[in-house]
Structure formats: C-alpha cells, structure tokens
Design a protein around this ligand. Structure first.
Ligand SMILES: Cc1cc2nc3c(=O)[nH]c(=O)nc-3n(C[C@H](O)[C@H](O)[C@H](O)COP(=O)(O)OP(=O)(O)OC[C@H]3O[C@@H](n4cnc5c(N)ncnc54)[C@H](O)[C@@H]3O)c2cc1C
Ligand code: FES
Length: 522
C-alpha cells in the first residue's frame, strides 16, 4: 500500500530533483544522460553538512525511479512558484538556529548543479540562463519575501486574465465625456513592464474598461495595493504625458525595505489589475507654459519633469528647456536614451546628466560631482531667467533650493515636488508640545487615546491598526487627509490642503498634532 507522505516529507523527497530540473533542464526534456548526472550529485554529497539535506538527498536517491516516472508523466513540475513553495515548506518548518546550515547547503547544492552543468556543456541549457536561474534560486533560498512574491505572482497569473481591451474603440465616433476617466478611484490594468535601470521599472497602465486619461503633466496618482488583508496606498507621479491619453505610466524605484515599491517590482506585471486614485497634485508646468524652463531632478525625482518634458515636446516643440538630472552613477540614469532623442529632435531642449560616483573604466565623460552653486551656474549660465521645477530626494532638494536662494534666484518662479517617505516634521515644534496632555478620539472606530501634544495623528492611528492611507508623510501629497470633527490641531505643513479642504475641516494626519481633546473621523 503506498505510504501517504506528509507535505514536508514529500517536499523533502522532491526538492533536490526540482532544483536540478530548474537549473539544468531548460528544455523540459531531461535525458537519461542528464539523469545519470543527477544520480552522481545525489551520491557524492561530501559538501553537505546539514542532516536534513543529507536525509533529503538520500530519500530522493531511494525514490528516484518513482520521481523519474512522475517527471515523464508530466506530474512533477519545477516551475519557479513550485520551487519557491517547496523551499518555503522546508525552511519555514525549521527552528531559527537550524536555518542557516540548511540555507547554506541548499546554496551549495545549487552550486554543485551549476558546476555539473558547466562540466557537461551541451547537455544542460546555456550557461548564462543557468547563472540567472542560479541567482534567482539563491534569492529564494535567502529571502522569505522573495518566495512569497513568486507565489503571489503565480497566483495572480492564474487569477488575472490576459488583457483583451479594445482601446481602438476610443478612436472612432464622436468624442464624449464618457470616453474619459473621471477623477477619483479607477480600475486599471497593467499592459507592460519596462526595466529602466537595475532598480527602476516603468509600469504602463490602461483604464479597465478602456477610457482616455486626463491630467496635468507632473501630477500623481495613488496606487492601492492589496497586501495581506489590507489596502496599502502610495503615490506615484504619472511619468507619461497627457498628450498620449490612452495609457499612463508610473516609474518606480525600489526603496530599501520599502513595502510598496518592492511589491510593485516583484508582483505587478502585464495582465495584473489594481485600483488607483487621482489625478492629484499641483506640481505642473501647465499654468506657466511660456517657459523658459529649468528642470532639476535627482534619482527617481526625474518622473514629474520627464512628464512635463514629454508634454512640452509633443505640444510646444519650440519650448526652451534645460533639463539637469543628477544620478549616483551612469547605471542609475533613468530615461537617458529618450532624453537624448528629445534633444536631437527639438532645437530648444538640452539635457545634461551629472553622476556623483563614476567608477574607473565606466567610460563616463559627462560632468561628475554633487549639485553645487558653481556647477549649476556652469551648466546653466542663464538660470536666473528660467522657471525652475525641482524634484528629488529630500536632502538633494533642500540643497538645491538653498543654492538657488544663495544665487539670488527669484523664488516666485520656483516649484518643487516632495516625494517624502521618511516622516518630515518640525521636531522643535513637536518637542515644545511634548509636556502637554491631549486626547484623541477616532469616532468611526470608537477608539479613545490619551496622548501627548507632540504625537502625530497618523502615528497614533497606525499604532492602533487603523487603515489610514498615507504616502509622503511630508504634508505634500494629501493622501492622509482626514476630517477633524471637534477640537483643533497644530500642523507642521499644510501644502497639500486647498482652501476648500481647510473650510471643510480637513487636516493632514501625517502633520497634525492634537491640542487638548480632538475628535477625528476615522
Ligand atoms: C507625490 C508623490 C509622487 C511620487 N512619485 C514617485 C515616483 O514617480 N517614483 C517613485 O519611485 N517614487 C515616487 N514617490 C514615492 C513613493 O510614494 C513611495 O514613498 C516610495 O515608493 C517608497 O514607498 P515604499 O512603500 O516602498 O516604502 P515605505 O515602506 O513607505 O518606506 C520608505 C522608506 O522610508 C523608511 N521609513 C518608512 N517609515 C519610516 C519611519 N517611520 N521612520 C524612518 N524611516 C522610515 C523605510 O525604511 C524605507 O527606507 C512619490 C511620492 C509622492 C508623495
Ligand atoms: S501622507 Fe502625504 S500629506 Fe500626509
């Protein structure tokens, strides 16, 4: 009678074969010769130290005839999602102190397979492919989040149907209001993912059902991402141009330990659907369409000025634009080719890239260093005659703004967008309130908290697990707007509030500290 294996025992038997198939059997037609090579790997296991993997390899050897049968019958697959799930079953069941040894041996096993692949060139699939698969396996062994991401991706692949959107319907008939997206929440479908650099991807999105997008170049949308059983929101500039209204795009840089940027990179792909809210924001060149312009950006802060450049190039080919972009290294330059093409095609468009870290042999001949008043005036001698649009990491923006002031730039022609990320608050103002007692009542959740006048409403709400939306934490995006029902608050920054918001009692939870007793609609 066949023995009914537990999930873990079954995985212990199958995992080595799955890893072998993943790395060495690119064409899905494993030959008897390849199977022999696998046999050798199972028996010569002097490299293997953990008892679990020793047992696993021994079991696989004992079961190899059965595994082979399953493989030829198409019952044993080694899809990356199955390998991720099997690794999760094994590594997740281990005590923390056992895990490093098993991880080490799994990496070693992958190396042994790769070595065998190299030795048997011609029998295994190409080296570069095998190396890429090896790197993916390594990531899966070491990072539980990578395993989870692969599994979620596979699940959404099953759940999302391929796009069958008839965008062409928007090209015929009379233009009507129904053909345009209304501001607010909107279902969208990802139609393409573009690798811009090693850590930046562009996601092209169409409305689902198809509609035309209307927004100002430089505005942003807030993406709603389902994680566990919560919806997490983050804002991203629309990097596309409204002059091409059938699709929009967002261009996202991976942030170290960042929840949503990494989720998007790991999970969002052509066919996936999600909701967004927008468009929002006032950072746009539209009311100032006379120019001349100076666009200054650092890192992923390039997105809004790219959107403005694309718009101006499509609609105002004679526009006078100086585009300055600061990046860490030549490998970090985003949209470089497109910008160079724009420069070639448009007489008034000039772009210059500056890199702060240039390795030897990189071939970089452009300017290097960090932003400085000298560099700014050297690169754009007529900067004082321009309207400046600035976006980038906070320290970069603080520095650039200070330099413009120092150079005597007329700050009425200065515009900036803050991406935020890390809370940006007035710590001295908060400290002054630290000794004052306050009480906050979240009316919808019926939660009362005794707190201090230095506590921020967003932090208090998040601490209590309330699903409050936020993005920049710097008072810039408005995602955290809530209604103050009673009492008053002190806010460090209210840039994201319009006069109407203020009249209607909206406050920014990320910036607001309670004065005495306050009631908030949350
Ligand atoms: C208007 C607007 C437009 C934007 N446009 C873009 C764009 O075009 N492209 C783009 O890539 N990004 C853009 N952003 C930034 C984007 O919204 C996210 O902030 C970014 O992707 C990081 O989100 P995350 O969930 O990955 O990181 P999070 O999980 O929010 O963390 C961000 C970083 O902050 C740190 N951090 C978080 N909370 C704290 C804390 N309490 N104390 C200290 N450190 C903390 C984390 O460790 C991490 O390093 C925009 C933001 C705004 C407001
Ligand atoms: S989170 Fe952006 S304004 Fe509060």
């Amino acid at each position: 009678m066949p023995v009914r294996l537990t999930e873990k025992s079954r995985v212990v038997v199958e995992l080595p074969m799955m890893m072998f198939l993943r790395l060495a059997d690119g064409d899905g037609k494993m030959t008897a010769r390849e199977m022999e090579r696998f046999d050798e790997l199972l028996t010569s296991r002097s490299w293997c130290h953990s008892s679990l993997l020793q047992r696993s390899l021994a079991n696989t050897e004992a079961e190899k005839a059965e595994l082979w049968k399953q493989y030829t019958a198409g019952e044993l697959r080694a899809g990356i999602d199955q390998v991720a799930a099997s690794l999760d079953t094994i590594l997740g069941s281990l005590a923390p102190e056992e895990r490093p040894d098993v991880e080490h041996d799994l990496v070693q096993f992958s190396r042994e397979i790769l070595k065998a692949a190299r030795a048997g060139a011609g029998l295994f699939h190409g080296d570069s492919e095998a190396k890429a698969t090896f790197d993916t396996l390594l990531d899966l062994i070491k990072r539980p989040s990578a395993r989870a991401a692969v599994q979620v991706k596979a699940k959404s692949a099953v759940e999302t149907k391929p796009a069958a959107l008839n965008l062409c319907s928007l090209l015929v008939g009379d233009l009507s209001a129904e053909m345009f997206c209304r501001p607010g929440k909107l279902p969208v479908r990802c139609v393409q993912v573009i690798d811009e650099t090693h850590d930046v991807k562009t996601f092209r999105l169409v409305a689902d059902p198809p509609k035309l997008f209307r927004y100002y170049p430089g505005q942003f949308v807030t993406l709603e991402v389902p994680i566990d059983s919560n919806i997490v929101r983050r804002s991203y500039t629309i990097s596309a141009t409204p002059s091409r209204p059938h699709a929009i795009s967002v261009t996202v840089k991976r942030v170290d330990q960042g929840q949503i940027s990494n989720w998007l990179h790991d999970n969002l792909r052509a066919g996936s659907t999600l909701f967004l809210d927008g468009p929002h924001g006032t950072f746009t060149c539209i009311p100032d369409d006379a120019g001349p312009y100076l666009f200054i950006s650092g890192g992923s802060g390039i997105t809004p000025v790219m959107a403005m450049s694309r718009w101006l190039c499509d609609t105002t080919p004679e526009a006078d634009i100086q585009f300055l972009h600061f990046a860490r290294s030549p490998d970090d330059l985003i949209f470089a080719h497109e910008l160079q093409l724009m420069e070639r095609n448009l007489p008034g468009f000039h772009c210059q890239f500056v890199c702060s870290q240039v390795g030897e042999g990189s071939g970089w001949t452009g300017p290097t260093g960090r932003i400085s008043p000298e560099l700014l005036t050297k690169l754009v001698p007529d900067l004082k005659s321009r309207s400046v649009y600035l976006c980038g990491p906070l320290p970069f923006m603080d520095a650039a703004r200070g330099m413009l002031e120092q150079l005597g730039f007329d700050m009425t022609r200065f515009h900036q967008e803050v991406f935020g990320g890390v809370p940006r608050r007035d710590s001295s103002a908060a400290e002054a309130q630290a000794s004052k007692l306050a009480k906050i009542i979240f009316s919808a959740s019926k939660i009362e908290i005794d707190c201090k006048g230095s506590d921020y409403i967003l932090d208090l709400a998040l601490d209590r697990g309330l699903p409050v939306a936020y993005s920049c934490r710097a008072g810039q995006c408005g995602t955290c707007k809530v209604t103050l029902l009673e009492g008053s608050v002190e806010q460090d920054c209210t840039n994201a509030l319009t006069p109407d918001d203020e009249k209607e009692g909206h406050i920014l939870a990320c910036q607001a500290r309670p004065i005495g007793r306050v009631v908030v609609d949350l």
